[in-house]
Design a protein around this ligand. Structure first.
Ligand code: 5GP
Length: 213
């Protein structure tokens, strides 16, 4: 049985690097390339990070029920095409979906057995630093993203696991361990300490949330 992994994180949490490392290090995964109405940024190319489509094309696809989930994020639409999940199932692989909190909620309703991972930066200060380091956003946009991050973090308990991305290599290892442990027949082992219902995880998230107040 193939598994569906949902990975969500407020923007600036370092999720893209963790997902890239995961895809490079685990050959049994299919990454779902989302459809978006936003324009490509920097080095992004069609079909690699996203499928870039017009608003009209997106709405047509949505009307044909081609998305297994979709959501408005900031000022654009984003959606997961059903074919990636279908392809993973057909090939006996697992699907990796990098989607926002709203999309994750829809997906859990459709695929309740999906395993979800929420990634967060260790503090508001660190999140702001990472957003500024990307250099592509104004102060106003950064404040909007920080406020949105606090809202998303409050929803962390909907996720199966929580990763605090303090050190990229440590967090990458933890993400790989979660994927391995979630495959059928595998024991949970060390990843039990990363579950969102673990008391130490809850305490850590509460401390991080306090930095946003
Ligand atoms: P960005 O524009 O910075 O690449 O992504 C913005 C947000 O959209 C991220 O939180 C990302 O996880 C989310 N996102 C990307 N693809 C999808 C998708 O197919 N569905 C949903 N619901 N969110 C997505």
């Amino acid at each position: 049985m193939s598994q569906v992994f949902i990975i969500s994180a407020p923007s600036g949490s370092g999720k893209s690097t963790l997902v890239r490392n995961l895809m490079e290090r685990d050959g049994n995964l299919i990454f779902s390339v989302s459809y978006t109405t936003r324009a490509p940024r920097g080095q992004e190319t069609e079909g690699h990070e996203y499928h870039f489509v017009s608003r009209a094309a997106f709405l047509e696809m949505r009307a044909r029920d081609e998305f297994i989930e979709w959501a408005p994020v900031f000022d654009d639409f984003y959606g997961t095409h059903r074919r990636y999940v279908d392809q993973a199932r057909a090939e006996g692989k697992d699907a990796v979906l990098d989607i926002d909190v709203k999309g994750a909620r829809q997906l859990r309703e459709r695929i309740p057995e999906a395993v979800s991972v929420f990634i967060l930066a260790p503090s508001r200060e660190e999140l702001e630093k990472r957003l500024r380091a990307r250099g592509d956003v104004s102060d106003q946009v950064i404040q909007k993203r920080v406020a949105e991050a606090a809202r998303e973090i409050r929803d962390y308990s909907q996720y199966t696991y929580v990763l605090v991305n303090e050190d990229v290599e440590v967090a990458s290892g933890q993400l790989q361990a979660i994927v391995k442990a979630s495959r059928q027949g595998a024991g949970e082992g060390e990843t039990a300490g990363l579950r969102s219902d673990n008391a130490a995880v809850q305490k850590r998230v509460t401390e991080i949330l306090a930095t946003f107040e």
